[in-house]
Design a binder for this molecule. Structure first.
Ligand code: IYR
Length: 292
């Protein structure tokens, strides 16, 4: 009886509910899409993600001690800077490009030794890289002992065999085929020197307080770039290698603390006489640079 009399109101009510709900669903989906698009972007971190990163490097005990790691009265001194003429700047930028453009990744080395003083200068150059809050979050482990090189090679080859056969997958191994790389890494024992670059997630100050190493991944990677540049400038060759899954075993072998993680490994030396490199080309500048 009641429904027969007022059915029109029910219909209108239902339609209104439907429209409001449709709007709600549409807009909440749109908002979610915007958020997840940002989340996929490496650079965008939600407050939760920032908290996660902080938790990885922070120490709750040092939260209430607010003395900075660097002296609080740190002096600021005039920059030592010599301005070059425009012509000189032009010349140097071109010369340096021509030099760096000759750098190649080398996988076959001669066993000719490299003096330790040369290696020291190269590592000193890498240590001039910028770092988060000047924490210098890197350790360069220099290995020349054949015994240790053999142990490193055994660890890496065991893991790499599994990587190549199982972990990497068809697309990855297909992409690598033209480079003729395999899990057998003769350069790890042939090269006279291996430099293993560890990033330090944190360290301890003299007063035993934990020192946080901000942006340790970026800082260490830049130091790796400086290292490669110094190796090349000194007339030596190298290879940027990233031994997948071997980090923990190498860290244990080399006696590094758990605050450090292997970032990159560089064999350093001279190329073998018969050294071949893939005939690759570099992208022209208009493909790697956009002017805004
Ligand atoms: N790390 C492996 C596989 C490898 C991966 C890439 I990406 C390369 O550019 C080259 C090698 C190896 O060293 O064989």
């Amino acid at each position: 009886m009641f429904f027969e009399l007022y059915w029109q109101y029910f219909v209108v009510g239902l339609i209104l509910y439907g429209v409001v709900r449709a709007f709600y669903v549409y807009y909440s989906k749109k908002e979610k899409n915007v958020q997840s698009r940002h989340k996929k972007d490496d650079d965008f971190r939600t407050p939760d993600q920032i908290a996660e990163v902080k938790a990885e490097i922070s120490d709750p005990e040092s939260e209430d001690d607010l003395t900075p790691a660097l002296p609080s009265d740190l002096e600021h001194v005039p920059l030592k800077f010599t301005k070059l003429s425009l012509e000189e700047t032009m010349k140097r930028s071109e010369e340096f490009y021509n030099l760096m453009n000759k750098r190649r990744s080398v996988r076959t080395f001669s066993s000719e030794p490299v003096p330790m003083d040369v290696i020291k200068n190269i590592v000193k150059t890498a240590g001039t890289a910028p770092s988060g809050a000047h924490t210098e979050p890197w350790t360069f482990v220099v290995v020349t002992s054949m015994d240790v090189k053999q142990k490193i090679r055994a660890i890496i080859e065991e893991e790499e065999e599994i990587n190549y056969k199982k972990r990497m997958g068809k697309v990855w191994t297909t992409d690598l085929k033209p480079l003729r790389t395999t899990w057998i890494k003769e350069y790890l024992t042939e090269a006279p020197c291996l430099i293993l670059l560890f990033k330090q997630m944190y360290s301890f100050r003299e007063d035993n307080k934990k020192k946080l190493h901000y942006y340790n991944e970026q800082s260490t990677s830049i130091a790796g770039g400086f290292l490669l540049t110094a190796i090349h400038y000194a007339g030596l060759v190298s290879l940027t290698s990233t031994p997948l899954n071997s980090g923990p075993a190498l860290r244990a072998l080399l006696g590094r603390p758990s605050s450090e993680k292997l970032t990159l490994l560089f064999p350093v030396g001279y190329p073998s006489k018969d050294c071949l490199v893939p005939d690759l080309e570099r992208k022209p500048v208009d493909q790697i640079m956009v002017e805004v």
